[in-house]
Design a protein around this ligand. Structure first.
Ligand code: C5P
Length: 230
């Protein structure tokens, strides 16, 4: 079940407040970006990796790829101001037009089994995304006042990877661009086409490194995984 992965890595990471691209911050002395790249570089089913990066960071990232012997990056696209633009730029570089995964470069802990389930579901149905159940009570709030308690049973927190058949994702990205629509994830662009997007239940440790506390959590996940390997 071969696939290509797009890793958008062109964010500024303002919420991390690190003063630089958060993907260059290190967990266990290895940049977050490399942790994520390694997952796919080591997966025999991953055929190609396409990155989207900021122009001014491309040279540094190429050095990192070299230093950490990452071999599957076949193209590096120039990222845009919005994540969606970065993903579309990368998609235009894809040459293997089967199953495409889009995965935040800032999510280094994705499990191999989830990736395989997503690829399988995308082959069977066209589109599937990783998600976890909402754990907390969820309420709709307006101007600081609770409007309603939303039934938690039907609420899922959406993560990446998001997996699609190439033609479906390409159509969704193209139409979004033509219609000047900006979504918060790729599934949203596919949903607009009236297509079904399926859920693959993921794990809570597939966390996106967004704020400082996430780094502490990230170190703890790596500690646990190292202990398990011993
Ligand atoms: O900012 P956030 O963590 O939500 O971004 C998710 C992923 O999208 C990150 O890996 C980030 O580098 C990437 N991104 C991008 N281009 C942008 C904004 C974010 O490639 N313009």
């Amino acid at each position: 079940m071969i696939y290509t992965v797009i890793l958008p890595a062109a964010g500024s990471g303002k919420r991390m407040g690190a003063g630089k691209n958060k993907l260059f911050l290190e967990l266990h002395n290895i940049p977050i970006l490399i942790h994520t790249l390694r997952v796919f570089d080591r997966d025999p089913n991953c055929e190609q990796i396409v990155l989207a990066v900021k122009k001014e960071e491309q040279m540094f990232i190429e050095q990192l790829l070299n230093e950490y012997s990452i071999t599957k990056v076949v193209a590096i696209a120039e990222g845009g101001n919005e994540r969606q633009h970065s993903v579309y730029a990368a998609l235009k570089e894809v040459t293997s037009k089967g199953i495409i995964l889009v995965h935040d470069a800032a999510r280094p802990f994705i499990h191999q089994e989830i990736i395989q389930q997503l690829v399988g579901a995308a082959i069977a149905t066209g589109a599937a995304v990783a998600a976890v159940r909402a754990k907390d009570t969820m309420k709709k709030v307006e101007n600081g006042i609770i409007q309603e308690t939303v039934d938690r049973e039907s609420l899922w927190i959406i993560q990446t990877p998001q997996a699609f058949q190439y033609t479906l994702l390409e159509k969704a990205e193209r139409l979004a661009e033509v219609e000047n629509f900006l979504g918060t994830d790729e599934a949203m662009l596919v949903e607009r086409l009236g297509e079904r997007v399926h859920i693959v239940e993921s794990t809570y440790d597939n966390v996106k490194m967004t704020t400082g506390e996430d780094l502490l959590y990230g170190e703890a996940i790596l500690n646990k995984r190292e202990q398990e390997e011993q």
